[in-house]
Write a protein that binds this ligand. Sequence first.
Ligand code: NDP
Ligand code: GDR
Length: 341
Amino acid sequence: MRTALITGVAGQDGSYLAEFLLEKGYRVHGLARRIESAAVWRIAHLLPGEDDPEPRFFLHEGDILDAGFLRGLIDETQPDELYNLAGQSHVGLSFIQPARTMAVIATGTATVLEALHVHCRASGRQVRFYQAGSSEMFGDSSPPQNEDTVFRPRSPYGVAKLAAHNATTVYRDAYGLFACNGILFNHESPRRGENFVTRKVTLAAARIAAGQQNRLALGDLSVRRDWGHAADYVRAMWLMLQQEEPEDYVIATGQSHTIGDLLEIALGLAGLDWRRHVVSDPACRRPLEVDHLCGDAGKAARLLGWRPTVGFEALVAEMVEADLARYGLRPAQPAQRLMTA
Ligand code: NDP
Ligand code: GDR
């Protein structure tokens, strides 16, 4: 039985990846900063019952900044694959908390890499490593962005992710670590945190339809993002670690949309005209913006055989349906389901 260790397991991607790996027959160890029930709602359904005879999912409480703890965790769990997903993942917040963001992402990743390297050296074991890199590293480089595009980050978050990306490459080159950088474009789901724009919009659509909210304050509506589904993107993480050689890959749908497009579909599904509800709020704007991200995942298609299966409209429809259901409501019009094969 193969064993995986996932940092950030209680986050959106961690929950989908844990599900995916358990379905593949893995034993999965997950690291979460806090393990009280309110903090692990996304993975509560995966936790074994007390009388489960053969549990395969194990939750560990800890912080990736604690080197000694991490080393002990890797020694104890003996993973074959380590997925480093932990981090402060909100770009806007990184302008308010730049030092904490840099510490968790840049120093945190270096701490995980060093703990892993020491473990591999001492034990003679090989552990494959995935680093959760981001399209935010491209900043204002023109689309379509691929693995050869210059990194020009425009946020403390992007700068920190670029440091983590480079650190991963250094450990691969210096010590022969099987380490892959995923460069993932935005990916969403009903489990997305409420402070990211897609979920903020789909939740507001449901609340407005339920009569519990009237206005939706947003920042720049003209920015374009390449939005995919998180379940598709965790499959790409796993595929990267199954190859003969470690490489870096862009993962994206290749199609971008504005927040106006998002509003049109999401509030439309809830039977609403978004122009009646959306207000512009300078507090939702960032000191520096990334205007247009749209990825070229041709390398992943060629080498991994990876393609997204969920298109933008289907993604938004799934999120709106899930949020409407919280209020006992259903979409006002049938969702148009598109596949992007
Ligand atoms: P989430 O914010 O949902 O999950 C990140 C998790 O990391 C949270 O559960 C968080 O816990 C945990 N965490 C934060 N700091 C620490 C720490 N010091 N030690 C241990 N755990 C910590 O993000 P996603 O699941 O969406 O993303 C996963 C990773 O992929 C992140 O690194 C993100 O930056 C990156 N990424 C995400 C993309 C996306 O579109 N979703 C695109 C590209 C990259 P807590 O809630 O307690 O802070
Ligand atoms: P992003 O996602 O910054 O791309 O980072 P987010 O959903 O936060 O923003 C997308 C775009 O929408 C604009 N925007 C708003 N954003 C938020 N959160 N709230 C608003 O009210 C609002 N109004 C406009 C933003 O300015 C931005 O242009 C996500 C995260 O998951 C990162 O961890 C990941 O690395 C990148 O995607 C790829």
